[in-house]
Ligand binder design. Structure first.
Ligand code: ADP
Ligand code: MG
Length: 703
């Protein structure tokens, strides 16, 4: 059946094959429905005519005038030629100026004829003029008034589109054509009771008014309805996939809390769990006995103690005779997890193995065999765990640390390792603002560790500038005399890796001069070193043999050395906010007062000034993530780039938090009573969902 969803745009009157191809390529408009969903990004108020005498500094935006042309002059020589026409109304005169297309204008205008002018007045040597206004003869204007546009819509158009008559006016004409032909075929996508309950206008009317607003009021109503629709269907899609997933995916039952958990909890846990940690473990215990596969995101600020939570959960899995794995994004972090977990469990007789890209092949073989024979209970490692050769005997629980460092597919590969998928917990210290969590990660359940262990002193952050180095060195020496240790981090950005490395090496030389041995010991660590040397440097720092560890961002995530209490970040202006926060999170892990020092040059861009300001202002990861979202826009947020879910037409992921939660609540309540959308009043939702998400798949394949 021909519908607006499957009728190709080519067949709309005024389009044709060539323009259709341009619309496909440049605007992703393939069908009639795509065009109707190609919304203007802005509107210009054409509902009012101004008097020339009203023009002043106060209204120097676009305005519309009506008058006669009283004079036409061509001024200047070849290169600086311009056409100046004077427009006159009952209240005064204003000059209209053209520098290009003079011939065209000359042919178009005549003295004493009535014209409508649209443009932006600017003050030029004491009087106003308008350069390159839109100019329409009164007759022409009255003819086109059958397209009633008090607000002229502006559409995103590329050069190529403009060249082919698809500028804002061109698109607007096509939309008018489309709406006037197909208006009555536009189907409602929301149930009637929504319209009355939430006071939404009909879809037809909303689509007409988003392209051709009849008034400011109508425009707001249209935006309101279409914004809701946009987010509501995203939420319906996410929540429905979640339901389908949970129906399909049976999960292992892990009902027993047995010897390993109890023994560790009662005799080896070195501290009291925080309430937040206890709550999260309870939430996950409920998943373990639900019979459904768990897919959960565990968020908690840096230092909130996520590792111990994951360890306790692994012990439950082991109590139920399952294997577990813990994947970390860097080798350093995997090593650290291996060391600390081995230490925690040293008296429990649990077999733990470490597998990374640098595990020697004999050892690797041995691990792979034991793993298959169920002789290893906890496998810790890096990306190496994803490889096909890594096969478990009975994998029950997968934990992914610092999940934002992994791609979606990499993660998915881990849960394919069993016939029945294991429970999956992904942990992150990069807080995802609520609005994003509800959309991009909307298919995961969410747990929050919103409390830091007791006795932590908030980290004090300072901003130093390069020429305060002496003062800085004095401060660092004081800290060392108090037996504290110091990280110094240098930026390392892929594009200029060798240059950055030189910065680090030069920094190392100068630190060795400022902090000579004895008593001082300075270490240096970067990604290019071989793994054994890296591990040696790390161990020296852990044991307190080095006072200062210079490093690239290899230490950014997860590293936990409680005695290190100063984090000095060189060229802090080159880091993003979430990275700065992660780095700062490496200190403040012990009972001592910790410091983070942001060292920058003295000339800072507005952006970097803002970032430094935010860091000085707050220690709260969520607040920082919200700032980050505002400064950078959502496209850059960790791990969301590939998702393609952030291209909204009307929704603003930052400003529209209320609408997003509202849509999620409504979607939830509908699916609760009618999960398959079988009720008659929900058929319209079902049909539109089908169109939306079928279409997406097809086009993703094409492009
Ligand atoms: P993150 O959440 O950033 O991964 P970690 O798991 O590395 O944090 O924990 C940071 C530090 O806090 C570790 O030294 C850990 O042993 C310690 N820790 C965790 N939970 C508690 C607690 N309830 N009380 C005291 N210290 C804790
Ligand atoms: Mg961690």
């Amino acid at each position: 059946m021909e519908t607006m969803f499957n009728t190709k745009i080519q067949y709309l009157k005024g389009v044709g094959a060539k323009r259709a191809e341009i619309l496909n390529k440049e605007a992703s408009v393939y069908t009639l429905h795509d065009l109707i969903m190609y919304f203007p990004y802005k509107y210009i108020d054409k509902s009012k005519f101004y008097n020339i005498s009203e023009i002043s500094n106060n209204n120097n935006s676009y305005i519309q005038l009506k008058g006669i042309i009283s004079d036409i002059q061509i001024i200047g020589n070849n290169r600086a030629r311009r056409l100046v026409a004077t427009l006159k109304d009952a209240t005064g005169t204003i000059d209209l100026v053209w520098f290009n297309g003079i011939k065209y204008i000359e042919n178009k205008i005549q003295i004493n004829k009535k014209f409508i002018i649209f443009g932006k007045p600017t003050l030029f040597s004491h009087s106003y003029n308008i350069s390159h206004p839109e100019i329409t003869s009164l007759e022409e204007f009255e003819e086109t008034q059958q397209i009633p546009i008090p607000f002229q819509p502006l559409y995103n158009t590329s050069e190529k589109m403009k060249k082919n008559g698809l500028d804002s006016k061109g698109i607007s004409k096509l939309c008018y054509q489309l709406l006037s032909t197909y208006y009555h075929q536009i189907e409602e996508t929301l149930p009637d009771y929504f319209l009355s309950k939430f006071k939404f206008i009909e879809r037809k009317s909303a689509l007409f008014n988003i392209h051709f607003p009849q008034s400011q009021q109508k425009l707001s109503e249209a935006q309101n309805r279409l914004k809701f629709e946009e987010m509501f269907f995203i939420q319906m899609h996410i929540l429905q996939s979640k339901i389908t997933h949970s129906i399909k995916s049976k999960g292992f039952l892990l009902p027993k809390v047995g010897f390993y958990f109890n023994e560790f909890y009662s005799h080896h846990l070195p501290f009291q769990l925080t309430n937040a940690q206890k709550r999260v473990i309870k939430e996950i215990r409920a998943d373990f006995i639900s019979g459904k596969q768990m897919n959960r995101l565990l968020q908690g600020d840096v230092g909130s103690g996520k590792t111990i939570i994951s360890l306790l959960l692994m012990l439950i899995a082991i109590d139920n005779e399952f294997q577990c794995c813990l994947m970390a994004p860097t080798e350093i972090l995997a090593n650290q997890h291996y060391d600390s977990i081995s230490l925690f469990l040293k008296e429990l007789n649990i077999n733990i193995a470490l597998l990374t890209g640098t595990t020697k092949s004999a050892k690797r073989k041995e691990i792979l065999t034991s793993l298959k024979e169920n002789k290893i209970s906890i496998l810790i490692g890096t990306h190496a765990l994803i490889e096909d050769t890594v096969m478990f005997n009975k994998l029950g629980l997968v934990i992914i640390d610092e999940q934002h460092r992994f791609g979606v597919e990499q993660r998915a590969k881990l849960w394919m390792k069993n016939e029945c998928p294991p429970h999956v917990l992904v942990m992150t210290a990069t807080p995802i603002p609520r609005t994003l969590a509800m959309t991009v990660y909307g298919d995961l359940d969410l747990s929050l560790v919103d409390e830091l262990p007791q006795g932590r002193k908030p980290i004090i952050t300072y901003h130093y500038n390069q020429n305060q180095r002496d003062k800085l060195i004095t401060f660092l020496k004081k800290q060392i005399s108090l037996k504290r240790q110091i990280y110094v981090v240098f930026p390392l950005i892929q594009e200029s890796e060798s240059l950055d490395l030189r910065n680090l090496i030069e920094g190392y030389e100068s630190f060795k001069i400022d902090f000579p041995p004895p008593p001082y010991q300075v270490g240096c660590l970067h990604g290019k070193m071989n793994p054994d040397d890296k591990e040696k440097e790390m161990q020296k720092f852990i044991k307190g043999e080095t006072n200062i560890l210079l490093a690239t961002t290899v230490i950014e995530v997860g590293v936990n050395i409680p005695n290190a209490s100063v984090m000095l970040i060189e060229n802090a202006e080159r880091f993003g906010l979430s990275q700065l926060h992660q780095l700062r999170g490496r200190v403040g892990r012990g009972a001592e007062q910790s410091y983070c020092i942001l060292l920058t040059g003295d000339k800072l861009t507005t952006e970097s000034k803002k970032r430094i300001q935010v860091m000085l202002q707050t220690n709260d990861g969520f607040e920082i993530a919200n700032f980050d979202l505002r400064l950078r826009g959502p496209g850059d947020m960790g791990g969301t780039k590939q998702s393609g879910m952030l291209e909204f037409k009307l929704i603003d992921i930052i400003k529209d938090e209320k609408i997003i939660s509202f849509c999620r609540d409504i979607a939830n309540s509908i699916l609760k009573n009618d999960p398959m959308l079988e009720k008659k009043e929900h058929h319209c939702i079902k049909a539109y969902l089908k169109h939306l998400y079928q279409k997406k798949n097809i086009y993703y394949k094409i492009s």
